[in-house]
Write a protein that binds this ligand. Structure first.
Ligand code: ADP
Ligand code: TRP
Length: 347
């Protein structure tokens, strides 16, 4: 190994599963932060499309291929700069599965049995295949193989990062106590860890309550029109909260979505329209608030939509980014797996 793992530069890594059309929750909860980090860690930002992970739930080859392309396209459209950040397919780095095995030999069954996400997925009716149970080991390998120091994720993934920390420590203690070969990563939560869906629950493709990123025009207006609002009309002294189906008090949905797009001054103005039921002397009701939101969404993603059109017309450019990034990521992965194999006595 060239340098001790403590001397390595900070390195950001995150993955997103290609399991369906990306929505506002994915963007504000994950992608936006990933893209912003490319400026904080230029040349050390690694993002990948977790296609091996997706196989634990998606068994339609054509859909998987399409989803992988969509995720790549969406990152590039939303501003991922391939000169600053890598974007690659998980399955293009076979060393990841090699390290998964090595990690499994130091991972207690109890650790995996405690994973919330496995239990949640099984409770949702997903078939409890071994791969689903093993998911956190593959995820730890994704992180450790690039010796990542920082992993931006949503709240639901924090336990997986804690498991990754345990696996790194166990591996080092078991095989490399003198000169550790794996680096312990830290997690970082996005600033917007909760985006409500059109029904007020967390926006998620499993709830069918999403606003896809690239809707526009009439389709966007129609989708935003379905956002569930309060039965009290605007103009009465409204609390900016509502009670959802689970009895929890949450922010009023339209306002919570507007918060993603508006600065403080604009939000103050919007609160004024809500309270008065008027905007510039004209009536302002829920329908107007939703139209305003649709306009904000449309404008926010206008540039991304244009870039998306470009990449849709040039899919070979998307593929070139994936391949170039994989080549670079793989060199790093190879070095880590060589160190790990040597540490275990496999070399
Ligand atoms: P979904 O719930 O639609 O299946 P994923 O679990 O694939 O979404 O999430 C991919 C990424 O997007 C994760 O980092 C997750 O934390 C983030 N994310 C998904 N939905 C939301 C949401 N409603 N609010 C904030 N972040 C979200
Ligand atoms: N499990 C993550 C999710 O569902 C995706 C993922 C796979 C990931 N490997 C990762 C995220 C490594 C961060 C780091 O969102």
């Amino acid at each position: 190994m060239a340098a001790s793992i403590d001397e390595l530069p900070p390195r950001v890594l995150s993955g997103i599963q290609p399991s369906g059309t990306l929505h506002l929750g994915n963007y504000f909860g994950a992608m936006q932060q990933h893209i912003a980090l490319q400026d904080e860690f230029p040349g050390q930002s690694y993002y990948f499309i977790a296609d091996y992970h997706a196989l634990t739930t998606l068994r339609d080859p054509a859909a998987l291929r399409q989803n992988v392309f969509d995720v790549a396209l969406t990152y590039l459209a939303c501003g991922l700069d391939p000169d600053k950040a890598l974007l690659f397919r998980q399955s293009d780095i076979p060393e990841v599965t090699e390290l998964t095995w090595l990690l499994s030999t130091v991972t207690g069954m109890g650790l995996l049995e405690r994973a919330h996400s496995y239990k949640d997925k099984v409770a949702q009716g997903i078939k409890p295949v071994a791969g689903l149970f093993f998911y956190p080991v593959l995820m730890a390998s994704d992180i450790l193989i690039y010796r990542s120091s920082l992993v931006p994720v949503g709240k639901d993934q924090v336990q997986h990062i804690e498991m990754t920390q345990d696996m790194a420590t166990h591996f080092n203690e078991t095989y490399a106590s003198e000169a550790p070969v794996l680096r312990r990563p830290e997690w970082r939560l996005s600033k917007t860890p909760y985006v409500p869906g059109i029904d007020g629950r967390k926006m998620s493709k499993s709830y069918g309550n999403t606003l896809p990123l690239f809707l526009s025009g009439k389709k966007l207006k129609k989708a935003v029109g379905q956002v569930v609002t309060d039965s009290t009309p605007l103009g009465s002294p409204l609390p900016l909260t509502r009670t959802n189906d689970e009895g929890e008090t949450t922010k009023e949905n339209v306002y919570a979505l507007l918060e993603l797009f508006c600065d403080d001054a604009e939000l103050a103005q919007i609160r004024g329209w809500y309270q008065a039921g008027k905007r510039d002397g004209q009536d302002f009701g829920w329908g107007h608030a939703k139209q305003f939101l649709a306009g904000k969404i449309e404008a926010h993603f206008a540039q991304a939509r244009a870039r998306r059109e470009h990449y849709l017309a040039h899919p070979e450019e998307v593929e070139a980014v994936l391949e170039r990034s994989a080549k670079q990521a793989r060199a790093l992965a190879r070095a880590t797996i060589d160190d790990c194999k040597r540490a275990c006595g496999l070399r």
